[in-house]
Design a protein around this ligand. Sequence first.
Ligand code: ASP
Ligand code: MG
Length: 406
Amino acid sequence: MARIVQKFGGTSVANIERIKAAAQSVKREVDNGHQVAVVVSAMAGVTNQLVAYVDEISNLYDAREYDVVVSTGEQVTAGLLALELQNLGINARSWLGWQIPIQTNNAHGKARIENIERGELVNRLEQGEVVVVPGFQGLGPDNRVTTLGRGGSDTSAVALAAALDADQCDIYTDVDGIYTSDPRIVAKARKLEKITYEEMLEMASVGAKVLQTRAVEVAMNHGVRIQVLSSFSNEPGTLVVNEDEIVEKELVSGIAYSRDEAKITLVRVPDKPGVAASIFGPLADASINVDMIVQNVSAESGATDLTFTVTSADLERAVSVLESKRGELDYAELISDSNVVKISVIGIGMRSHAGVALKMFQTLADKGINIQVISTSEIKVSVLIEEEYTELAVRALHSAYGLDEE
Ligand code: ASP
Ligand code: MG
């Protein structure tokens, strides 16, 4: 007998028919003799609608009331799922965030879970009750409802699994697992059987968004085994686990890309101490994250070109911050370009193998693709290239690292 958390995302509870299907998956686990806690999202589209209502009534809204409104979607599905489980003869009860409580900090709209009172839930599970918990919501120190940020139900599920010492956290969604690359552009992408937390975090950071990043961090910190699987099939999904659960470490487990990038080049900034700080300081003050950075000292005279990337959404603000500091920064020209994509090769195997980056550069060179910026981490090599080569580059790399499905 195991204790498991099952989490159903918006498309898996999108209507009454889907809620009934979710209840059948819960029933299967109960029939297998397991203790089951369920976490639900709002029905697909509902949270967007709730956010739109708030926007419509108030532009500069009070975050406490935003939370009161947007947390309700999950309450509806929790009640409906508990009712359907009861229809199936299962002893089921919903538990709202404040009833447990799931305690969070005071950051309304993007709160972090600090503690989950597990006592009563564990009693109920041990008595054979299925506990149904609305994701996304908690209780702040001001005794008011909080929400965890968009996509936060994943984090609710993982945090609950950690608090309950669950054996596994099954995240039911509309994709059947984590793939070696985006199946929409790589026809030969394969579903991975397992992936490590670290790789999953890197995949998320370059746009492959299946799980909320925070959920993966919580899972990694508490060693919660996650399975990502589809509620539309009965196939096993992908396990997200600790590195030591993976025997055969793939050199590279995925090729990811992000179109959400923009490049800024400052031409001929003075090459002297403190310059980088004087450029990146004001950007940080404006909460603009800088990602990849290259600096080339030019042969002539004490000047350097500095190129870096920000998200497309931040480009306009970044440019205006830098233009307002033009006098101080003393650059000759500012060039911005949003026609770029970041392509990343990710795998824990590269920690112990040389040559991964070289293969990437060679593969792109063979296709005549120019690399504009490079950055690396322990388990990732990223390059910035012209956006129109996205598909070509991703497919070529997918083959080059032997990821293509036979
Ligand atoms: N319903 C919330 C959202 O759409 C939380 C979630 O589903 O994870 O962001
Ligand atoms: Mg989600």
